[in-house]
Design a protein around this ligand. Structure first.
Ligand SMILES: Nc1nc2c(ncn2[C@@H]2O[C@H](COP(=O)(O)OP(=O)(O)OP(=O)(O)O)[C@@H](O)[C@H]2O)c(=O)[nH]1
Ligand SMILES: [Zn+2]
Length: 330
């Protein structure tokens, strides 16, 4: 059993009910790889020190943007495979949109911390997606699609909500034109030029309206699933020279942390089983098909680049397999 308390440094401190003699840091294998303290391909590592891990070392290990301090002696660290309980610590940190690492300490006798079973953390994502329900819907005429409705989905536990923009009258006995759009506060709302999200959002609504009907799933998966705060950290790393994929890895995340089970569940609740999918991302096609939705066609969804998002789009083509013609810069 674990008890949780988020600390101001954005690192999760977890009290383990089992004895933990000295504090240890649970982190992703990805972060351990980029630090060079583990060369294996394990998903989660647990790091300890012969004496005790000090705060500066923990900060250095968990946060690539930590204030520059003398590098701690990494060769003295002990790196081991994480136990299932330790793995669930990183899952909890990710679910909380914190840095994907956690400090594990012994539970003080008097602690009033909130307790949660590790197995509940494991099953949370699946349970939440399966329990999604339509909780409200309303007509919202849009500039590019006057006949539109916003439909809100919420899991039973009141957790993360997702939205569907349903345009026109759906004909669910034929493939429905859809877009799975991951939330992007900076691009969708602020018109950021760092990505292509704003254009893709409005472009998809307009494309669907022109087709007569369809759905835009507006998924609460900011920053390819790492959350807005971590996306801003990734931007800071990109300004220091990392590309959009490597910045995620530096933070300890996978390059793409999204899960499309909620999207498939939303489509099922709307009575849709066959789709034409507006995307350039082959992973989205495969992920939706894996969840039992028949993707009969991929429809390209490409917009002109600008000087700020050119590198981002090139990286997507070169590293994430996005289907548009961008040669990597020599
Ligand atoms: N982590 C991270 N997320 C980013 C970055 N730039 C944009 N995003 C996020 O990426 C998501 C955009 O993904 P999508 O529009 O679904 O794009 P995609 O995966 O390229 O797929 P398609 O657009 O369908 O081809 C949004 O959640 C953005 O917030 C970045 O540099 N780092
Ligand atoms: Zn964006």
């Amino acid at each position: 059993m674990l008890a949780t308390e988020a600390v101001s440094t954005d690192l999760l401190v977890l009290f383990a009910a089992q004895g933990v003699s000295t504090p240890r840091l649970v982190m992703t294998g990805t972060r351990a790889n980029v630090l060079g303290i583990d060369k294996s391909d394990r998903s989660t590592c647990v790091v300890s020190a012969p004496d005790s891990l000090d705060a500066a070392t923990i900060e250095y290990l968990a946060n690539p943007l930590a204030a520059k301090a003398p590098q701690p002696k990494l060769s003295a660290l002990i790196v081991n495979q994480a136990t299932p309980l330790e793995m669930s610590c990183v899952k909890l940190a990710k679910l909380s949109r914190l840095l994907p690492a956690a400090v594990l300490v012994d539970c003080p006798e008097t602690s009033e911390a909130f307790a949660v079973e590790a197995s509940a953390i494991e099953s949370y994502m699946k349970t939440a997606a399966h329990s999604l329900r339509i909780v409200s819907r309303a007509r919202v005429p849009l500039e590019d699609a006057e006949h539109a409705q916003v439909v809100a989905f919420r899991p039973r536990d009141g957790g993360i909500e997702h939205l569907a923009i349903v345009v026109g009258e759906l004909k669910t006995d034929a493939p429905v034109l859809i877009r799975m759009h991951s939330e992007c506060f900076t691009g969708d709302l602020m018109g950021s030029l760092r990505c292509d999200c704003g254009n893709q959002l409005r472009g998809a609504i307009s494309e669907i309206a022109k087709a007569g009907s369809g759905i835009l799933l507006y998924l609460a998966q900011e920053g390819r699933g790492i959350g807005l705060v971590n996306k801003l950290r990734a931007y800071q790393l990109q300004d220091a020279g990392f590309d959009t994929v490597d910045a995620n890895l530096q933070l300890g995340f996978d390059s793409d942390e999204r899960d499309y089970l909620p999207a498939a569940q939303m489509l099922s609740l709307l009575g849709v089983s066959q789709v034409k999918l507006l995307t350039n991302n082959p992973l989205k096609v495969a992920a939706l098909a894996k969840q039992g939705i028949d993707v009969v066609e991929r429809v390209a969804h490409i917009f002109p680049s600008n000087e700020h998002n050119d590198g981002y789009l090139r990286t997507k083509a070169a590293k994430s397999g996005h289907m548009f013609n961008f040669e990597p810069k020599k």
